[in-house]
Design a protein around this ligand. Structure first.
Ligand code: URA
Ligand code: CA
Length: 433
């Protein structure tokens, strides 16, 4: 088999066989195929697309390029959730203990944040003592014992995806549905879950700015998952504004604690219940969505979800008392209000820009090796559709520096106040099964 022929075949719009796809993935992962040939093939895929079968084969070859996590020692149906990334997306911190509290085993592999979106592990490390450095055996034992554990991503998970993603980033081939879908799904499948709930974000803060694009990506991922034998569904949700009110690591832990007590922001709570009930049904712990949702709502109000969060934190070295006294989480020195310059209705809170503002305060990493400040971030007091009076605080900046003029300027530029009525955006646009 020759890489030249594979490039030519895709360039001319034909479908590649499973053997051809595997030849490319193995050869590229082992450094036998050079970057220039891989780039040419990626560009051909970008223009010619791939059939469902090719997409599933590409995903499977990427899964097989590295370690595959075996969760078979955990009893029950393991269900994972994946979000395509957003600003202030605190859902994992809430969903992991919440669905575990109704008996769903949650074996979560998570990453750190890069750029303007935060990572679950960074957020959890805001809890004093919490760590994810546990062995695979400990991880599995913890899930069997407590129904929930979080571990860092294995270094050798889907090496083909790492290499290809790096190449796509510099060859203008990131934005391709078959390439994005196979990249995301290969990581989820290699992580070992039996069922996968996808939260595909759309809007200004998301990868897919338009609903139609988000639906196409969701459809592509759901078909890949189902083709390779993992029960998969997707929710299309709004990321035109940040989710919930808090953006920043310790601030989001506090927001998660509030939500686990049934006192969280409305949008964040609703999205957790929507995603969570799908997870519960996939895990066969309820017969239908209504029953699943009722179980989750009950545990948000009777203290069981919060109790599960404490057990989870403690089992990984964390100080569980933060759940009762969140003021012991890292706190910033300065708390600076941002007063509205005019009265009206909030029309826009551009999620990307809010994420970048939090990063300017030190909440996120500019590069892989940057240190992050767990205490800093932003807490919104207004969301799209809310009315505001001139001088009223739009948000609080939690900073460890008192000079935040550039951050304030960026925040003012990313929030629009209108003189006419504006409706709150739809939170869940669609579900794809
Ligand atoms: N996230 C991924 O993991 N892969 C992509 O290709 C795009 C976003
Ligand atoms: Ca949030």
């Amino acid at each position: 088999m020759r890489m030249y022929d594979i490039i030519e075949k895709k360039r001319d719009g034909h479908s590649l066989t499973q053997e051809e796809i595997q030849f490319f993935i193995e050869g590229y992962t082992n450094n036998e195929i050079p970057d220039y040939q891989a780039s040419a093939l990626l560009m051909a895929i970008y223009f010619q697309d791939m059939t469902q079968e090719e997409r599933a084969n590409l995903t499977t070859s990427m899964v097989e390029s590295g370690d595959q996590i075996d969760l078979s020692a955990i009893s029950g149906i393991k269900v994972d959730k994946h979000s395509t990334g957003g600003v202030g997306d605190t859902t994992t911190l809430i969903l992991a203990p919440l669905v575990a509290s109704v008996g769903v085993p949650v074996a979560k592999m998570s990453g750190r944040g890069l750029g303007h979106t935060g990572g679950t592990i960074d957020k959890l490390e805001a809890v004093p003592g919490f760590h994810v450095e546990i062995t695979n055996d400990e991880f599995i034992e913890l899930v069997n014992q407590n129904k929930v554990a979080v571990v860092g991503q294995s270094g050798n998970l889907t090496p083909a995806d790492k290499k290809i993603y790096g190449l796509r980033d510099v060859t203008a081939t990131v934005n391709s549905i078959p390439l994005i879908a196979s990249s995301i799904m290969s990581k989820k499948i290699a992580s070992g879950a039996d069922g996968i709930v996808l939260d595909v974000k759309t809007g200004a803060g998301a990868f897919m700015k338009e609903i139609e694009e988000a639906k196409n990506l969701a459809n592509a991922m759901v078909s890949i998952g189902n083709q390779v034998g993992r029960n998969t569904m997707a929710v299309i949700s709004d990321m035109s504004q940040p989710l919930g009110n808090a953006i920043g690591n310790a601030l989001e832990v506090k927001e998660a604690i509030d939500t686990l007590q049934g006192r969280g922001p409305e949008d964040l709570t609703e999205l957790c219940l929507t995603l969570g009930s799908q997870m519960v049904v996939l895990a066969d712990k309820a017969d239908n969505i209504e029953e699943a949702r009722l179980k989750l709502e009950t545990n948000l109000t009777n203290g069981k979800a919060l109790e599960q969060f404490k057990i989870f934190l403690e089992s990984q070295g964390g100080d569980a008392s933060v759940a009762d006294s969140p003021e012991t989480l890292p706190q910033s020195t300065y708390k600076i209000e941002l007063p509205a310059k005019q009265s009206g209705t909030i029309a826009k809170i551009i999620a990307d820009d809010i994420g970048y503002s939090a990063m300017m305060l030190g909440a996120g990493r500019a590069t892989k090796d940057s240190q992050i400040d767990l205490a800093v971030g932003i807490v919104l007091h207004k969301k799209i559709g809310d009315s505001v009076q001139e001088g009223e605080s739009l948000l609080t900046i939690h900073a460890n520096q008192d000079a935040v003029e550039d951050v304030k300027e960026k925040l003012y530029a990313s929030i629009d106040i209108s003189n006419t009525d504006v409706e709150a955006p739809t939170l869940v646009y669609d579900m794809i099964t």
